[in-house]
Design a protein around this ligand. Structure first.
Ligand code: PEP
Ligand code: MN
Length: 332
């Protein structure tokens, strides 16, 4: 249950009311809001005189549910806003991993040329093998900061595990919680204590309900700036790396109030399929796209097979601009 307290209730009283019913207390749209387990179906009597309204939820998709808040939440990706009434599709571009200053600068330039502002590159990589490139770590974060200063780009990078979480939060504008890390409650709780935007990628064996509950960990801790990213789930099919769950995206748009970003690069796993898959995503009307691009994909130190070269990336962005307009969205 979510209980919105009357504005006459002081913050101190709100805290003691929360403690009295073991509820989370957060501020949503300027109001004190208590969140209990969704198994609570009746307003506790002790709360009746302080409650402005309350919302009974079917399950623990609560703050992220359209039943509680029917409109899509508005979330900032740097200077770009997605969700709400905006109908913006933000393109999050850049290489899988930050590999060198030259490489990340080249990607920054391409984004600038296309009028895009959001640069992504991994520094702490969640690789399947310990023998693969693990990322440049802090050195990579410093390179991303340099690009932010030089180009004014918004930076997004991923938190792989609990190590260096504070530095990642400090250096980046948007924290990416990867498909493997989205069950890590240490990361989710750390993200809940900042007000930076958090992009949570769906684990490849994660149900939609589990996915939104990862978001609830961040939101119930007080950070409502959450974006969901569908990046493909594992099915019986092995011809492609994963299967982009567009049905799941339709479900999220219907039931969940968080902006949704799609990642055709990781879903497909092969560059040849990324442009057509991206167009399918754009046609759905989405809040964002995550597309990997590298100056020389064959030489990439991670995800070499799926990254677009710069020419392919530029062509794709130019093709999707009018396509997005057709469905009432703008590529930003
Ligand atoms: C990535 O975004 O580079 C990445 C590792 O993605 P995922 O967590 O979706 O596998
Ligand atoms: Mn990648």
């Amino acid at each position: 249950m979510i209980i919105t307290l009357k504005s006459s209730v002081s913050n101190e009283l709100a805290q003691s009311l929360a403690a009295s019913i073991q509820a989370f207390l957060i501020i949503d749209e300027g109001k004190n809001v208590l969140i209990t387990s969704s198994s609570v179906k009746e307003l506790p009597e002790s709360l009746a005189e302080f409650s402005e309204k309350y919302c009974v939820l079917a399950n623990d998709m609560q703050l992220s549910s359209r039943h509680y808040k029917s409109t899509t939440r508005q979330v900032a990706i740097g200077n770009v806003v997605i969700g709400g009434e905006t109908r913006n599709t933000v393109v999050i571009g850049g290489p899988c991993s930050v590999e060198s200053e030259e490489q990340i600068r080249a990607a920054s330039e391409v984004l600038k040329e296309l009028g895009l502002k959001t640069l992504r590159g991994g520094c702490f990589k969640p690789r399947t093998s310990p023998y693969s490139f693990q990322g440049l770590g802090i050195e990579g974060l410093r390179l991303l900061r340099k690009m932010k200063v030089e180009f004014g780009h918004t930076i997004i990078t991923e938190a792989r595990d609990a190590s260096h979480i504070d530095e990642i939060i400090e250096y980046t504008d948007v924290i990416q919680v990867g498909a493997k890390a989205m069950y890590d409650q240490g990361i989710l709780r750390a993200c809940s204590k900042t007000n930076k935007t958090v992009l949570i990628k769906r684990g490849f064996g994660t149900t939609l309900q589990e996915f939104v509950q990862a978001a609830e960990f961040v939101m119930s801790g007080g950070n409502l700036n959450v974006v969901l990213c569908e990046r493909g789930i594992r099915t019986f099919e092995t011809g492609t790396r994963f299967t982009l769950d567009l049905c799941g995206v339709a479900w999220l748009k219907e039931h969940c109030n968080l902006p949704v970003v799609l990642d055709p690069s990781h879903a497909m796993g092969y560059a040849y399929g990324v442009p057509s898959l991206t167009k399918a995503c754009v046609a759905m009307g989405v809040d964002g796209l995550l597309i990997e691009t590298h100056p020389n994909p064959k030489k990439a130190l991670s995800d070499a097979s799926q990254q677009l070269n710069f020419e392919e990336f530029k062509n794709l962005i130019n093709e999707i601009k009018p396509l997005a307009n057709c469905v009432g969205y703008s590529i930003v």
